[in-house]
Write a protein that binds this ligand. Structure first.
Ligand code: GDP
Ligand code: MG
Length: 715
């Protein structure tokens, strides 16, 4: 008994389908029509090994849209007749364009073998394909063929049979459409899943993408179903949202992403000795994704981003500071002098939350700059460059995309690791993500860089911190991969979508989406955090003082200077005897070897576990509590003047830097810990993450501070 198989031959017109078809079937052909249309249907049979194979030569097409009758016929044949294998015949001398159809078959989830036909022409043009690597990236077997010379026909049949018999060990991949589109696709899929009958026929992802592309046939089919209202409503909302962001038709955007996927896969695997690429994006990429120049250009661009955000935000921050001061004075006058309520509102809330809000301009500007890089298509290049670098050290570039998201906030970044199929890759990416410096750490840097480094160095100092975070993340990932989670990384295509000019609306939406998280946090978790810190630093309200200050102040009445001195001594002693003072003093010795063993910053670092901005909020509260005179200075000025018990200045640039390094690397905030718990579904990993990051932070800050002292960089 011979086994029966059906193979469909698909491909662009003139890719050599008919030649392959004739090679395979010889004279055993017959010509008919597809039902209901006048498109010619060529079928033939052959015997190979112990198989009886039915071969269908589909009409030549460029895509699987519903625009042309040929495309529809080919698509319906594949969907309805479900051939055991589709062989996509590809003109290798025009690879990227021909692969477009292949990406659509991949999306449709059909069993697919790629015949890289006309390989003789391709080689004449100097094209060389790394077949194994590319077939891994695409998740389909590839066979080089020269149909006119009957080369590769047996191999083609063997691969087709292997695939049909489930013996092919390649993992399927599919085009990624980027964060925004993926999110909408997911929403549409959720509604689609309710519709059993549709789901039996098509993969949900394919339907979702097609409906976003406004494919008339798909829309028509959806309309015939029970849930059509709900589905089409979601599609319309999603399409509107996306077109608002991209400012272009979704069809064009989606096609761009497919080409981006192809371009990414080919950049890694296809070498051209003669230059035959010519689009504008390709020309730009020749420089920006260049093997040698790519990384320095990426680093240079990031440096510029930091430099400009710092410079542009400086005056804006001044305005917010002035507003905070005015508000503080206003409430100070309105509320009863010396009351707990006045202290709570002015010192606790305005001092604490305000000192965090001061950094809103720098955060929004940084997110704006990142949005420009993302929307223009450059970030995809950055990921591509990093991917290449990370391959070299045995890691996977796929992990880099969540890392880029980590610049905004580690929460969405960790959730984005869901796209990583390999469990080990995913865990590693989750565990190192907290080292990527999120927006919440920016206020801490902005405060200390502003206070202890000259303006012209600010951008570089900030840049160095971000780089350090990335370096530690990559290094730890490497170590984890080597010792904790051993094994090969799975293949993944880094998309290279074409460059485009970002729309103003898109930029603002992206900036706002990320920045607003910060504002919301200031209104909720930071607000309560600051109230807590205020409470800890004000109670006991009337501690047992070492001197009877009130009596002494009464006596000194005429001597104004003495009164001021006594008052500030009293405030200081009260703070020292508060719960916060005790807490800070208990843990300060841990930080002594790092240069900042002061109790106030120690309290701040504990608070930073709730949210990293609270480090700044705490200092804001503590210093406005401790401030006895009415003349309020900016927190930066106060920190510059802060002294140790021995009279020396507490912070030098070196101490400030060690502190920033510690804040960069130590324990992720409580929300991140919770997300790690959720995503790994165990308590083991969040605990591990909290512990090992803090240990590493301590070690590196120690090395920075003590090393800096050794080479004479400061005290
Ligand atoms: P179809 O439109 O996909 O059916 O393509 P055809 O089979 O009709 O082939 C188009 C042209 O390409 C014909 O002139 C073939 O002789 C030629 N051709 C097909 N395969 C190859 C190949 O592997 N190498 C070269 N050099 N020419 C080929
Ligand atoms: Mg033909």
């Amino acid at each position: 008994m011979s086994k029966k198989l059906t193979i469909a031959l698909a491909g662009n017109p003139n890719s050599g389908k008919t030649t392959v078809f004739n090679n395979l079937t010889g004279a055993r052909q017959h010509v008919g029509n597809y039902p209901g249309v006048t498109v010619e249907k060529k079928e033939g049979t052959l015997r190979y090994r112990d198989y009886e194979i039915n071969v269908v030569d589909l009409p030549g097409i460029y895509s699987l849209t519903a625009y042309s009758i040929d495309e529809l016929v080919a698509r319906n044949f594949v969907v309805e007749e479900k051939p055991d294998v589709v062989i996509d015949i590809i003109d290798s001398s025009n690879l990227e364009r021909n692969l477009y159809l292949a990406t659509q078959f991949m999306e449709l989830g059909v069993p697919l073998v790629l015949a890289f036909n006309m390989y003789d022409l391709a080689q004449k043009q100097g094209v060389n394909v790394d077949k194994n690597r590319l077939s891994q990236l695409l998740g389909c077997p590839i066979v080089f063929t020269v149909a006119t010379k009957k080369q590769g026909m047996d191999e083609l049949l063997n691969e087709a049979i292997n695939l049909a018999e489930g013996e092919t060990k390649l993992k399927r991949t599919t085009v990624g459409y980027g964060r925004e589109i993926e999110e909408e696709v997911r929403k549409i899929e959720e509604v689609l899943l309710k519709d059993r009958s549709l789901m039996q026929k098509y993969p949900s992802r394919w339907l979702a993408v097609k409906s976003l592309e406004n494919d008339t046939e798909v829309i028509k089919e959806v309309k015939e179903n029970v849930y059509s209202g709900e589905i089409l409503g979601q599609v319309e909302r999603s399409a509107k949202h996306l077109e608002g962001i991209f400012g272009d038709s979704l069809e064009a955007i989606i096609a761009d992403r497919r080409y981006g996927f192809i371009s990414g896969a080919c950049s890694e695997t296809v070498r051209k000795t003669y230059e035959v690429r010519h689009t504008i994006s390709d020309k730009i990429d020749k420089i920006l994704v260049n093997r040698i120049l790519g990384l320095p250009i990426f680093l240079g661009l990031m440096w510029l981003v930091f430099k400009f955000t710092f410079k542009l935000s400086e005056p804006l921050m001044g305005w917010v500071e002035a507003g905070q001061e005015a508000l503080g004075n206003l409430f100070s006058g309105m509320l009863p002098e010396g009351s707990a309520l006045q202290s709570l509102v002015v010192d606790g809330i305005i001092g604490g939350v305000g000192s965090v809000l001061v950094f809103v301009p720098i955060i929004f500007l940084l997110f704006l700059a990142i949005a420009v890089l993302e929307d223009s298509g450059y970030m995809a290049r950055a990921a591509f460059i990093m991917d290449r670098l990370m391959h070299k050290i045995g890691l996977h570039g796929r992990s880099f995309i969540p890392m880029l998201l980590g610049f905004g906030c580690n929460l969405p970044a960790i959730m984005a690791t869901r796209t990583i199929e390999d469990r080990r890759d995913r865990l590693v990416t989750i565990l190192v993500n907290p080292f990527i410096s999120c927006g919440a750490r920016l206020p801490v840097y902005a405060l200390f860089i502003g206070a202890f480094f000259p303006q012209e160095k600010a951008g570089s100092v900030l840049f160095s911190l971000y780089l350090l975070g990335m370096a530690v993340a990559i290094l730890m990932a490497k170590l984890f991969r080597k010792y904790l989670f051993k094994g090969e990384a799975s293949p993944f295509v880094m998309e290279l979508p074409p460059y485009r000019i970002p729309t103003i609306k898109g930029l603002f939406i992206h900036m706002w989406e990320r920045g607003v998280v910060y504002l919301k946090k200031a209104g909720t978790i930071i607000f309560f955090g600051c109230i807590l810190i205020w409470f800890l630093s004000n109670f006991p309200w009337n501690p047992r003082y070492s001197k009877d200050y009130d009596a002494l102040i009464q006596q000194a009445q005429v001597n104004e200077q003495l009164v001021v001195q006594l008052e500030s001594e009293k405030a200081f002693e009260k703070l020292e005897k508060s719960y916060a003072g005790k807490l800070g003093r208990t843990i300060a010795p841990i930080f002594k070897p790092l240069g900042f063993g002061d109790w106030k910053i120690s309290v701040g670092l504990v608070g930073g576990f709730v949210a990293k901005e609270i480090v700044v909020g705490t200092l804001g509260t503590l210093y406005s509590v401790g401030e006895a005179d009415e003349e309020s200075e900016s927190l930066r000025q106060i920190l510059q003047e802060e002294r140790r018990p021995d009279g020396n200045k507490l912070y030098s640039p070196l101490v400030a830097y060690a502190l920033m390094v510690f804040v960069l690397l130590y324990m992720p905030c409580v929300a991140t810990i919770a997300v790690i718990k959720r995503e790994t579904n165990s308590w083991k990993w969040p605990f591990f993450a909290a512990f090992y990051t803090t240990a590493i932070a301590w070690i590196i800050a120690f090395v920075v501070y003590q090393g800096g002292r050794l080479v004479g960089l400061g005290i």
